[in-house]
Design a protein. Structure first.
Length: 332
């Protein structure tokens, strides 16, 4: 039987890399949380839903909001187990109570997102709280939106409980107390201002160095589909992000499409990997039109990653590829 690409191309430790849906959709108020879960039920687990207990909770009613979130976690709309929760900052008086409520839901969250992280100590405190509640297996996501978090971004990405680092654009700009202008929070401007771009690159580089998922932040112009699509393309192709936030249901499909391989990319990957498989994964010569190129395991890994992204984003794959390489389990 031919070797599966997963077995032919990767070392054992590579199997433990997290592979998350390409879109992380945030919702905080009850109607939008329910609508988001309904959309996920319709489209499938091609995007995550993060129920927001930080900005989504009315001031002073964070515990009540956590109870609502717990009911949604355990409800029938959470079909795929791909629903996470953004908690309060670890120094908030209600942090422990909120964590206990959401982790006590009938179905536990897929992950916990920790906002306002100032450094590794905040992640340690969150991990200690989760572990004390018996949630050792629940991964942590952290928001890099402070100077302290950016200064420790390599250590944050190396933390064993961290699965994903997200860039918090709005709070990061605000932390500069007016030194970064408002236009740097726009769909275009956030890719032009050097301090913002520097932060994004450091986060992405740290995540890739330590096998974690870098998640790009928001585009607030939710009705401007073209601006969102261009921002998502830049995040994926220029800055190395493999996931992006959505803050409105209308953004989900655009983000998923932007982070998904095109039909031509999928076809090329299939052609090269099938030829490699026929050669027992030895080097091959590949002809395409007027191009004549050599490929070996280094480039095979790239094309296998293309197919993995396609599978996670719900893109169309040939029936034989889905049967042979993706039918048994989620791509490793």
């Amino acid at each position: 039987m031919p070797l599966h690409p997963r077995d032919a191309l990767f070392d054992p430790e590579d199997r433990h890399l997290p592979h998350l849906p390409v879109c992380d959709h945030y919702a905080g108020v009850e109607p939008r949380m329910s609508k988001s879960l309904q959309l996920q039920a319709e489209l499938g687990p091609v995007f995550d839903v993060t129920l927001d207990n930080e900005d989504g909770a009315p001031a002073g009613r964070e515990v009540e909001h956590a109870q609502l979130i717990a009911s949604l976690l355990g409800g029938p709309l959470n079909r795929f187990g791909r629903v996470g929760v953004r908690l309060l900052p670890v120094d908030h008086p209600a942090f422990g109570d909120v964590a206990a409520i959401v982790l006590g839901a009938a179905k536990r969250p897929a992950y916990l997102t920790i906002p306002k992280v100032r450094g590794v100590d905040c992640v340690d405190r969150a991990a200690h709280t989760a572990d004390a509640l018996g949630a050792h297996a629940v991964p942590l996501h952290a928001l890099v939106e402070t100077h302290g978090a950016l200064a420790q971004v390599q250590a944050l990405a190396a933390h064993p409980r961290i699965e994903c680092l997200s860039f918090g654009l709005m709070d990061f700009v605000s932390a500069h107390r007016g030194a970064i202008p408002q236009w740097a929070m726009s769909a275009d401007g956030q890719f032009d201002h050097p301090l913002v771009v520097r932060a994004k690159l450091e986060i992405a580089a740290a995540c890739h160095a330590h096998g974690k998922v870098p998640s790009h932040g928001v585009v607030t112009e939710f009705q401007d589909t073209a601006a969102l699509a261009e921002a998502a393309r830049k995040a994926a192709e220029l800055l190395g992000y493999t996931r992006m936030w959505s803050i409105h249901p209308a953004q989900v499909r655009t983000i998923v499409a932007a982070f998904s391989p095109t039909a031509a990319e999928v076809a090329q990957a299939v052609e090269i990997l099938r030829a490699a498989e026929a050669a027992d994964w030895a080097p091959i010569r590949h002809r395409s039109g007027h191009a004549d190129t050599l490929h070996d395991r280094a480039s095979y890994r790239y094309f296998w990653q293309v197919l993995q992204r396609a599978a996670r984003s719900g893109a169309t794959l040939p029936d034989d590829v889905r049967r042979d390489w993706f039918a048994a389990a989620t791509p490793a």
